[in-house]
Design a protein around this ligand. Structure first.
Ligand code: SAM
Ligand code: SF4
Length: 345
C-alpha cells in the first residue's frame, strides 16, 4: 500500500524525498516502478526512440579514472586518433542513413586543439545534424567556443555524487571542478547530460538516491546511467561490477523524476545483459547510441571488456541491430533531432 502511494506520488508530482527513493531502490519486486516509468515515458516523450550516432575519435586520455580501460597509465592498449577527414567520413555515412545527431566522444586528449574541434563541428552542422560532445572537463572559455561553433549538447557524467567516493576513484581530479563544468555547460545553453556509474565499489543505495536528487536539482536534459563493468589492467579489475536490476531501477526513477528528458539505454547495459537495450526501453529509456565509427578503431576503444566482438558488425550497438530491436518492441525510430521537448516548467 505504502509503496503504491509512493509510486503514485512520483508519477503525478515527479517529486519525492531521499528516504523514499532509498525505499524504492531497495524494493525486491520493482515491477510497479518499471510500469509507472513506462507510462510516463509514453505520455511525455512518446514511442519514438532517438538514435545518436557515436564516433569514438580518440582513445588517448590523460586522466586516471580507476574504472576505465582508457586511463592514461594503462600501457597495454594501443592508442589511436582519428583524422578530421575520417571523422567527417563517418558523419557523412551517419547522415546518409538518416541519423540526425552525432556524438563525438574521446578520452581527455589535449592533442585536439579547440580550433580543430570547432572546424569539425562547423562541418557537421552544415549537414543539418545536431552535435553532442563527450570529451571531458574543459575551461569555461573552451566550452563557450565549442558552443559558438555549433555544438548543441554535452555529456559529462558526474559518475557519483558522493564526494569521498568520487575523490577515491579520480586521483588528480576534483568533484568541484566536475560540478563547475556542468554549471558552465548549463549557463552556456547546451543541452546537458550527466549520469552515474552503477556498482562502483563502496557505492550504497543512499548514494544512488543522492545522485537522483542531484539530477533533478540541476534539471539534467539527458541522463546516461549504466553498470560499471570491471576492466582488466585497471585498479578495479577484480571488483564485482554493477547489477542490471539496480541500473533499471535508476533509469525508471530518473524517468519518473524528470519525465520529459532524453534517457539512453546504454551500451554498457546491453553488454552486461543480452536483453539490456530492451529492458532499458521498457523502464523509461527513449534513446540508443549506435556506434558508427571505423571498425579498426572500435576494437581499441576498450573502456571495459565485451564491447566489441571479433566481428564488429555483430556488436550489440551496430546500427542494424539497434534498428531491428527498436521495431521489434513496437517503438518507432525518431526522425528529427530529438531535442528535449520541455513539457514541464
Ligand atoms: N572522457 C570523457 C569522460 O570521461 O567524460 C568521455 C569518455 S568516457 C570513456 C565516457 C564514460 O564511460 C564515462 O563517463 C564513464 O561513466 C564510462 N565508463 C568508463 N569506464 C567504464 C567501465 N569500466 N564500465 C562502464 N562504464 C565505463
Ligand atoms: Fe579518461 Fe573518460 Fe576514461 Fe576517465 S572515463 S579515464 S576521463 S576516458
Amino acid at each position: 500500500k505504502d509503496i503504491d502511494a509512493l509510486i503514485e506520488k512520483l508519477e503525478t508530482h515527479h517529486n519525492i524525498d531521499k528516504e523514499e527513493l532509498v525505499t524504492l531502490l531497495a524494493l525486491e519486486d520493482p515491477s510497479k516502478i518499471y510500469q509507472a516509468a513506462d507510462r510516463v515515458r509514453k505520455k511525455y516523450v512518446g514511442d519514438e526512440v532517438h538514435l545518436r550516432g557515436l564516433i569514438e575519435f580518440s582513445n588517448y586520455c590523460s586522466n586516471t579514472c580507476f574504472y576505465c580501460g582508457l586511463r592514461g597509465p594503462n600501457r597495454t592498449i594501443k592508442r589511436y586518433r582519428m583524422e578530421p577527414e575520417e571523422i567527417l567520413q563517418c558523419v557523412k555515412y551517419g547522415a546518409s542513413v538518416g541519423l540526425k545527431t552525432i556524438v563525438l566522444q574521446s578520452g581527455e586528449d589535449k592533442y585536439f586543439k579547440i580550433t580543430t574541434l570547432c572546424k569539425i563541428i562547423e562541418e557537421i552542422k552544415k549537414l543539418d545534424i545536431a552535435v553532442t560532445l563527450s570529451i571531458g572537463e574543459l575551461s569555461t572559455k573552451d566550452y563557450a567556443e565549442l558552443k559558438k561553433a555549433g555544438a548543441d549538447r554535452y555529456l559529462l557524467r558526474i559518475e557519483t555524487t558522493n564526494k569521498e567516493l568520487y575523490q577515491k576513484l579520480h586521483p588528480g581530479m576534483s568533484y568541484e571542478n566536475r560540478v563547475r563544468c556542468l554549471m558552465d555547460l548549463r549557463e552556456l545553453d547546451y543541452e546537458v547530460g550527466t549520469g552515474s556509474l552503477i556498482g562502483l565499489p563502496g557505492q550504497t543505495l543512499e548514494m544512488l538516491a543522492q545522485d537522483l536528487i542531484f539530477f533533478k536539482k540541476i534539471d539534467a536534459d539527458m541522463l546516461g546511467i549504466g553498470p560499471f563493468i570491471p576492466c582488466e589492467n585497471t585498479p578495479l579489475e577484480r571488483e564485482k561490477g554493477g547489477n542490471v536490476e539496480i541500473v533499471l531501477k535508476m533509469l525508471a526513477l530518473s524517468r519518473l523524476l524528470l519525465p520529459d528528458i532524453n534517457i539512453p539505454a546504454t551500451t554498457a547495459l546491453a553488454v552486461k545483459d543480452k536483453a539490456g537495450y530492451i529492458k532499458g526501453l521498457k523502464c523509461g529509456a527513449n534513446v540508443i547510441m549506435p556506434n558508427i565509427g571505423i571498425d579498426e578503431y572500435k576494437k581499441l576503444y576498450k573502456l571495459y571488456p565485451g564491447k566489441v566482438p571479433d566481428n564488429p558488425s555483430e556488436a550489440v550497438n551496430s546500427l542494424e541491430n539497434i534498428k531491428k530491436l527498436i521495431l521489434s518492441q513496437n517503438r518507432t525510430i525518431g526522425k528529427d533531432k530529438g531535442y528535449r521537448k520541455k513539457i514541464l516548467n
